[in-house]
Design a protein around this ligand. Structure first.
Ligand code: T4K
Length: 404
């Protein structure tokens, strides 16, 4: 039975019962309506067609084309493979400018192909790559910019397009977080040369594993379709280098069933966000990030920053406290790709010029949301955080004095 924390001994870290009996995750899958899903899975089984550009994948691509308003949608096996295919199809080589404040797949998709990710600092307000810093990072080897719509918040695409044009670079966008979001009234999906979404299980719209490349460039789309299927153009006829990046039929069926509930999930995410907003309003040292007005957001990440000028507890202290209470808050993203391997060893100089990245990576915290998280769960989390921050000095000194 849940009871409010009244003294330090009530904290699970110090032996009390956790505020939530079940684990609350960032990224708990939003499971679609079961009867609809089962019907679609039965259709797949009945068709005897499981993968290789089957009817479910074709329908999924068509639905997404309409929804995003782009000419081409290429469904792939996951977002990372999508990024590899898109950057390769665009002919990126040498060096590509990319934020370090992102999931490591953004950097890996480049290095995997022998392309050097050149890490660029972020704008502290949006958390996305800062276009004003790009000119100074361009060398003779630079071929592209890979921006990231962090937490679903579109990066400064217009400015990036101008910088890319000025330097003769190709702009690709990692839209892994941004399905269903708009920028200045336009759906994310049509910016740059190509955009890449992730439909991983943890994303608000999921195909279990899966991704999508969208582009208005027909020739590029044709090349990417070849590349995702070993370069086959018809039976036994290989005309291009390729990989296996195909989405399977079960995944596409899951995606179609998820699409049917997409607006419901967005509104639940938005409600959750508002619940956190009101619950954390008067809690010092935990500053919730808002999404800008005017555009559509999917609200799939509830992000705050811990400001250690206002609290004695660090972000990592709070993570420890929350995890003990069964609240699996996450550090999306810590420590920044430049501090992960192989980048920390290969490019040790990178960390010198990323002050905004370092600051955000040390303070960022993502809270559980999605359809598996109730208003009551959020109230408990916020009450817990209020209690913790009221007693921050005492908790901090106990944490420092004992090894837990
Ligand atoms: N670019 C960006 C900016 C990205 O964020 C990502 C992926 C990519 C590219 C690459 O896209 P994909 O190749 O993945 O399609 C997770 C996801 O695996 C990853 O897709 C995602 N970004 C990243 C932000 O989060 P982890 O290692 O943090 O996930 P994990 O396994 O810790 O799961 C997160 C939470 O979700 C856990 O607390 C448990 C819960 N969970 C997870 C799964 C898989 C469930 O409850 N059920 C599940 O089935 O990376």
């Amino acid at each position: 039975m849940y009871s409010k924390k009244r003294e330090l001994a009530d904290l699970a870290l110090f032996g009390g019962p956790p505020v939530s009996e079940r684990l609350l995750h960032v990224g708990k899958p939003n499971i679609p309506d079961r009867s609809l899903l089962m019907k679609k899975l039965e259709d797949v089984l009945d068709s005897g067609w499981l993968t290789n550009n089957g009817p479910m994948v074709k329908e999924f691509e068509e639905r997404l084309r309409d929804l995003l308003g782009v000419r081409n949608c290429v469904a792939v096996s996951n977002g990372t493979t999508g990024l590899e295919i898109a950057t390769r199809a665009l002919g990126l080589t040498g060096e590509v400018i990319v934020p370090a404040f992102t999931f490591v797949a953004t950097a890996h998709c480049l290095q995997w192909q022998g392309i050097k990710p050149v890490f660029c600092d972020i704008d502290p307000v949006s958390g996305c790559i800062d276009p004003s810093l790009i000119d100074s990072l361009v060398t003779r080897k630079t071929t592209g910019i890979l921006g990231v719509h962090l937490w679903g918040r579109p990066c400064a695409v217009e400015e990036l397009e101008v910088v890319a044009e000025r330097n003769g670079l190709k702009l690709v966008l990692d839209a892994a977080h941004a399905f269903g979001c708009t920028h200045n009234g336009r759906h994310v999906g049509g910016f740059g040369k190509a955009e890449v979404f992730s439909f991983h299980a943890t994303k608000f719209l999921s195909t279990m594993e899966g991704g999508l490349i969208s582009t208005d460039d027909d020739a590029l789309a044709e090349k990417m379709r070849l590349m995702r299927n070993f370069g086959f153009k018809g039976m036994d006829n290989v005309i291009h280098i390729g990989t296996n990046g195909k989405m399977n039929e079960f995944s596409a069926a899951f995606g179609l069933a998820s699409l049917a509930q997409m607006e419901h999930v967005i509104s639940k995410n938005r409600e959750n966000h508002l619940e956190y907003r009101s619950g954390l309003e008067s809690v010092p040292g935990i500053n919730l990030r808002d999404y800008p007005d005017g555009d559509k957001h999917n609200y799939q990440y509830v992000i705050a920053e811990v400001d250690t000028r206002e609290t004695a507890l660090s972000r990592d202290d709070l993570i420890r406290i929350l995890h003990a209470e069964n609240i699996r808050a996450r550090r999306y993203f810590h420590p920044g790709c430049h501090r992960m391997e192989p980048y920390a060893t290969m490019y040790p100089e990178a960390s010198r010029d990323l002050p905004n990245t370092e600051l955000l990576a040390s303070g960022v915290i993502a809270f559980p949301t999605g359809t598996a998280v109730s208003s009551d769960d959020i109230r408990r989390i916020c009450n817990l955080l209020a209690f913790v921050q009221e007693n921050a000095d005492e908790i901090a000194s106990r944490l420092r004095s004992i090894q837990i």
